[in-house]
Design a protein around this ligand. Structure first.
Ligand code: URA
Length: 235
């Protein structure tokens, strides 16, 4: 909470109440500041003030870090006119503050990180930090052994002026690979295999940096990150 700030704003930041709900709550004498009922929604409050709603203390929320196992058909956006979004799968107070640290296409499944910590997500997504992302891929055609060296060298994508950064390709079966990339260009994995004359049929993100997708999460499920997982990005 910024300090000082309006009461209705401060309350809406730490609850699911909208600004107008918080205004109504103040006028209905449901909010107290340091033990005194305050009915003026525009009253200024400080970070250090103790706010209560209906007698219950409102805690200043700490930053929030979530891993989600994204199913097919969900868009990596907070709002979409047509499709369900990854945020629809999250049931947390104040989920409107969350943003996505590295999007997946609607037809890609797997690990998505959500947070309200902009500095942390910058380290996940900015090429400067080279946070690696690992994907399991099923391909339409057999992959040739030579693709490993081509991916390691970097690939020219259509309409791009620079090769992709060196990446690692592991051939699992004739049509199945695991690829690890350190950047996140638009549709990068699909375009890399298109440039190799192949086509991605199934794409699933398994890992971001040192954070693997929790195998205990079924599609559509999520959990909070552990302190170690959060710290692994700050290294
Ligand atoms: N690369 C893609 O082509 N799509 C994704 O969703 C992620 C990486």
């Amino acid at each position: 909470m910024a300090s000082p700030t309006r009461l209705d704003k401060a309350v809406s930041q730490v609850t699911d109440l909208s600004r107008s709900d918080a205004k109504r709550a103040a006028k209905a004498q449901r909010i107290s500041v340091n033990g005194e009922v305050v009915t003026d929604p525009a009253a200024k409050v400080q970070t250090s003030d103790a706010l209560c709603l209906d007698g219950g203390p409102l805690l200043k929320p700490g930053p929030c870090y979530i891993m989600l196992n994204k199913p097919l058909g969900y868009v990596s956006a907070t709002k979409d006119p047509e499709h369900p979004t990854v945020l629809d799968l999250i049931d947390e107070p104040n989920k409107g503050r969350l943003h996505i640290a590295g999007r997946l296409d609607i037809d890609t499944t797997g690990l998505v990180l959500l947070t309200d910590d902009g500095q942390w997500s910058h380290k996940v997504t900015s090429p400067t930090y080279h946070c690696e992302k690992t994907y399991y891929v099923q391909l339409a055609d057999r992959i040739e052994e030579a693709a490993v060296a081509k991916v390691a060298r970097g690939i020219w994508l259509k309409n791009e002026k620079r090769r992709t950064k060196p990446a690692r390709l592991e051939i699992l079966f004739a049509n199945e690979v695991r690829i690890t990339i350190g950047e996140g260009r638009y549709h990068q994995v699909k375009r890399m295999f298109a440039a190799l004359g192949n086509k991605v049929l199934v794409l699933h993100r398994e890992k971001i940096g040192d954070i693997p997708l929790d195998e205990g999460l079924r599609e559509g499920e999520y959990r909070l990150l552990t302190p170690d997982e959060i710290a692994s990005v700050k290294k």
